[in-house]
Design a binder for this molecule. Sequence first.
Ligand code: HEC
Ligand code: HEC
Length: 264
Amino acid sequence: MSQARCFLFLLTAVAVITAISFFVKQPEPATRKPAAKMTENPTAPGVSPVIPMVTAEMKDGKVLFEKVCSACHGMDGGGKAELKSPAIASLPEYYAKNQIASFREGRRGHHPEDTQSFLMGTIAKQLTAAQTEAVITHLTKMPRTIPAEIEKDSKDADLANGMLLFQERCMECHRYNASGEIAFASPPLIGQQAWYLTEQIHKFKDGRRGTVKGDVNGAKMVLSSNFIEDQQMLRDIVAYIVSLNPKPEGAAVKDESPFESASR
Ligand code: HEC
Ligand code: HEC
C-alpha cells in the first residue's frame, strides 16, 4: 500500500512539474543568430564554409580571389552547390559592382532568413574600395564556367514552354541569349547553375531579395518573378535558360534542340 502511495506521489509530482514548465516562459530565440547560422549549412548539414579574412596586404585581385573568394566560389569561380554559392567567374563589371555594393549596404543580406547573402555581406563589408575594384577586375577576366548538369536539370521540364515564357517575360531585359544587358543592369543568367537561378527567383518572390527601399534593380525582378506562378513554370524557364549554355567539352552530343536554333 505504501509503495502504491509513493508511486502515486511521484506520478503527481512529475505531472505538476511538466505543467509548470509549460507555463514558464521560455526565452525567445533570437531572430538572427549570425554565429550559429554561419557554421550551419542549410543545404548539406555538416558542410560549413571556412570564412576567410580579408587583410590589408591583399592588394592584388588574383591574390584576393584565391585567398578569399575561392573558399566559397571555387578556384574556377564556378560556385559550389554545397555552400549555395553562385558562379562569379566572368560576371560583367557593372553587375559585380552593383552586387558588392548591395551586399555591403544591406540591399542583399538584410533578411534574417537569407543566410547566404548575409555571409556574402560579411565578406563585402571587409573589402576596401580599392580591393573591390581589384578583385572585380580579376573576376571579369576569368573564363565563364558551364553548369555541369544541364541534362539532369531539364529532365522534368518542358523546354518549349520554358522558351515561350522566357521570350515573353525575361528576354527584354536579359537578352535573347540570357547574356545580360548593361543598359538594364541585368546579369547574365548563363553560366549559373539551375539551383541558384531557382533559389534567386524564390528570394525575389518571398521578399528576401529586391525589397529594400532604393533597390531599383532588385525591384524589377520582384515584379518579373511574380509572373512565375508555380514550380512547373519555374522549372521550365530555368531549364530553358540553362540549355542556352554551350555544351561542356566532352559531353555526349545531343540532337540539336529546335528551340535553340529558333532563338538564335
Ligand atoms: C563565406 C563564403 C563566401 C566567400 C568567402 C565569398 N562569397 Fe561571394 N557569395 C557567397 C554566397 C553564398 C553568395 C550567394 C548569395 C545569395 O544567395 O544571395 C555569394 C554571392 C556573390 C556575388 C553575387 C553573384 C550574383 O550572381 O548575383 C558576387 C558578385 C560575389 N559573391 C563575389 C564575391 C567575391 C568577389 C568574393 C571574394 C572577395 C566573394 N564573393 C567571397 C559566398 C561567399
Ligand atoms: C525589367 C527587366 C527585367 C526583366 C523583365 C527580368 N529581369 Fe531578371 N534581373 C533584372 C535585373 C536588373 C537584375 C539584377 C537585380 C539586382 O541588381 O539585384 C535581374 C536579376 C535576375 C536574377 C538573379 C541572377 C543572379 O546572378 O543573382 C535571375 C535569376 C533573373 N533575373 C531571372 C529572370 C527571369 C527568369 C525573368 C523572366 C521571368 C527575368 N529575370 C526578367 C532585370 C529583369
